[in-house]
Design a protein around this ligand. Structure first.
Ligand code: SF4
Length: 721
């Protein structure tokens, strides 16, 4: 028996795990528990981490498979044949249509080593920046907001701040269900310290909101109004940090003048909250020495996501709540290695080491490091997730390579996205599992090794890098993602660029590219990480724990930038024909499109089916009873869900969980109704809100009445396992 220390491969909290492995490990013989020595999680795990071993051997893709068209069955082939097909196809497309006709769409589930080799292959060897990842759908706005306001990406806070703050301001996030261990730490501290205030901004009364001192159930799309309204009161009351503003920021007067428009009366009316609640929120900000804000996709997945992030950062800058214990703007990442993706260049506008495709010096540095001719790295920003769909529609994509993600469930305007995927002349799908919804659109399937079967690193939301060692062999013929990319690179004639014998060598090369960059990990190695997880900070930071402790930001003049925005509201507001706002989110236990969790009975039993939350007032108007089936129709598509009548959702808004693709339920894909309108700066789509109409329908055998007990059950939080 041996004990392997590793990281939970589900969410961006990044909890440490200890896996007890026998001589002949099988998923049922593995014992998983929280790693008490891990600095981020201190031994805690939620149900997902605790049951991860159960997902390892279910429905795995074992062998490479190919077919010539989507109506044919797959045929098993050797790796040699599959890889040669991939290489031949890429070579032909590059020769006939140019390198920008090759696209890769990856995932925050990839390890940093996988990400890095993919960047070297696409951006370096092929000369296209067409690598984007599902992080585009998750936290592109947060990353863009950090860069524009503070000069660099990277959350400036750490998890210890959860237990040092006087006021936690949670906006557009439901950590009790989606980041449970972060919330456990905060909630325990909140309970023990009555002076600590918890404000939750969310149109839903989530389990997080249930335990808040103040729940602001604002109308969807009014976040900027609320934030500017709080700023208005802070200015009015003189509750700003004049020294910090004077010495460390730019453009405060412009911002302050914009906030004058946001009187309490106007803001309360726009947001649908009381003036007293607005004033209470501002009072908590004003009276707290240390305010920590936490946000996730409720802020980021918006057509004004970057503006929301920057307006939230404004509050921190005007009150000096940044760069000190218990304070700062803290974006919670969704996926386990979304941060590693940002570090290694895993979005279409990035290059490794927090570099930008648009920056000529950054391109030159990367070209030089990779030993490539000047000009090899394209100055053109690559296709984002949605640009890949429009590229397919315009026949501009000759090869689409999808890795470790499930876009046939997770992309917006799903019927349109599926039609585009169906039209792809060649889709390579590299994943650990089969079937998935996306596999139906593939011509070539490549089986990938996953967590516990390959060695690599991941970075969590607090910039902590953990080594995830292999402790068992991959099933069938599955291979590590980076090995697959490297072998295709060799077959395309770039053997000299992929000499790596193992992932430690890949990591050793990658970290050199971070030297003296904001995410400097140049002193990290697999060997060092085997001893303990390591947190990165700016090269000039006295400690990596917190960034900007000296008040110097990474902008050219060292000052943070205020940003003045008026809200534009929702891209698709409700109207006479589509009078409701549909929002969506995640449930405790489930993970994204259920590729793993849908195969774990303990989790599926928690939520056997999807549902539609609707307020009793709206239900009464439409004569909808608890458990009745309802058609949810937008201008693009429709869903059919059983109603859950509950006061947890605000009138005029309905909510459905996003976990059910066509593999797990009929007509329950929330993205059937969402639209692709995106934030102009981060290009992150507004997945969180669209206008819908509700039509109750009669069905022969309605389901039993659903209970909504879980909303209360989880208000007391999942216990650490
Ligand atoms: S909170 Fe749960 S899912 Fe997220 S990393 Fe920790 S154990 Fe894994």
């Amino acid at each position: 028996m041996s004990v392997v220390k590793t990281l939970c491969p589900y969410c961006g909290v990044g909890c440490g795990l200890e896996v007890t492995v026998g001589e002949n490990p099988t998923s049922s013989s593995l014992k998983v528990r929280g790693d008490r020595s891990h600095p981020s999680s201190q031994g805690m795990v939620c149900v997902k981490g605790a049951t991860i071993a159960e997902s390892l051997d279910k429905d795995r893709l074992l062998y490479p498979m190919v077919r010539d068209s989507l109506d044919q069955p797959f045929q098993q082939v050797s790796w040699d044949e599959a890889l040669q097909r991939v290489a031949d196809r890429i070579q032909t497309v590059v020769a006939t249509q140019g390198p920008d006709s090759v696209c890769m769409y990856g995932s925050g589930q990839l390890q940093t080593e996988d990400y890095y080799i993919a960047q070297k292959l696409l951006r370096g060897c092929l000369g296209t920046n067409n690598f984007d990842s599902n992080s585009r759908l998750c936290m592109a706005a947060a990353a863009t907001g950090y860069v524009q306001s503070l000069g660099a990406d990277g959350p400036p806070c750490c998890y210890d701040d959860l237990e040092l703050t006087d006021c936690a301001f949670i906006m557009g996030a439901n950590p009790a269900e989606c980041h449970p261990i972060v919330f456990n730490r905060l909630r325990k501290y909140h309970k023990q310290n009555p002076h600590v205030k918890l404000i939750v901004v969310d149109p839903r009364r989530t389990p997080t909101a249930e335990v808040a001192d103040l729940h602001l159930a604002i109308r969807p799309g009014t976040d900027i109004d609320l934030l500017n309204g709080i700023a208005h009161l802070l200015v009015l009351w003189g509750a700003t940090d004049a020294d910090f503003i004077q010495n460390h920021t730019n453009d405060f007067p412009t911002y302050a003048s914009v906030t004058q428009y946001y009187s309490p009366e106007r803001v309360a009316e726009t947001c649908g909250i009381s003036i007293a609640d607005l004033e209470q929120a501002a009072r908590y900000w004003a009276r707290s020495e240390r305010v920590l804000s936490l946000w996730a996709m409720g802020v980021n997945q918006s057509s004004e996501g970057t503006a929301k992030v920057r307006t939230l950062i404004n509050l921190h800058l005007m009150t000096g709540n940044i760069g000190k214990p218990g304070a700062g703007p803290f974006s919670l990442t969704g996926q386990p290695n979304a941060m590693g993706g940002r570090e290694s260049g895993g979005m279409s506008h990035l290059l490794p080491g927090y570099r930008s495709v648009k920056n000529p010096q950054h391109r030159a540095e990367v070209e030089q490091f990779w030993g490539l001719p000047a000009g090899q790295v394209s100055p053109t920003v690559g296709r984002t997730a949605w640009d890949i769909i429009t590229g397919l529609e315009q026949n501009d994509v000759g090869v689409l390579w999808i890795v470790a993600t499930n876009p046939a469930v997770s992309l917006p305007d799903l019927e349109r996205s599926k039609a585009a995927l169906r039209s792809s002349p060649c889709t390579i799908y590299q994943d650990a599992y089969y079937p998935t919804e996306t596999a139906a659109y593939a011509h070539i399937l490549l089986p990938a090794a996953q967590w516990g079967e390959k060695t690599g690193t991941m970075t969590n939301s607090e910039r902590m890098v953990t080594l995830c060692p292999a402790f068992q062999s991959p099933p069938g013929e599955a291979r590590a993602d980076w090995e697959i990319f490297a072998e295709v690179g060799r077959r395309l004639g770039f053997a000299a660029h992929f000499p790596f014998s193992d992932s430690a060598a890949v990591y050793a090369e990658f970290v050199q590219l971070t030297h003296d960059r904001p995410c400097d990990m140049s002193q990290f190695s697999h060997d060092r990480l085997r001893q303990t997880p390591l947190q990165w900070g700016h090269p000039q930071s006295p400690s990596p724990q917190r960034l900007y402790t000296d008040g110097r930001f990474l902008t050219p003049d060292g000052r943070a930038n205020f940003a003045a925005y008026h809200s534009r509201g929702l891209a698709e507001p409700p109207d006479r024909d589509y009078p409701f706002v549909m929002t969506n989110g995640r449930l405790y236990g489930h993970w994204h499109t259920q590729t793993r969790t849908g195969r774990i009975p303990k989790i599926t039993e928690m939520y056997p089916q999807p549902f539609l939350e609707i307020h009793p007032r709206d239900a009464q108007k439409l004569d909808i009873q608890d458990g009745d089936w309802v058609d949810v129709r937008s201008r693009r598509g429709q869903l059919r869900l059983p109603a859950k009548v509950t006061r947890s959702i605000a009138p005029g808004t309905v909510f459905a969980p996003m976990h059910w693709g066509s593999l797990w339920a009929d007509q329950a894909e929330v993205n059937s109704v969402t639209h692709p309108e995106a934030c102009p700066e981060s290009l992150q789509p507004e997945l969180k809100a669209c206008a819908v109409q509700l039509v109750p329908i009669a069905v022969a055998a309605p389901p039993a009445t659903l209970d909504n007990a879980h909303l209360h059950e989880y208000s007391e939080l999942p216990l650490p396992v």
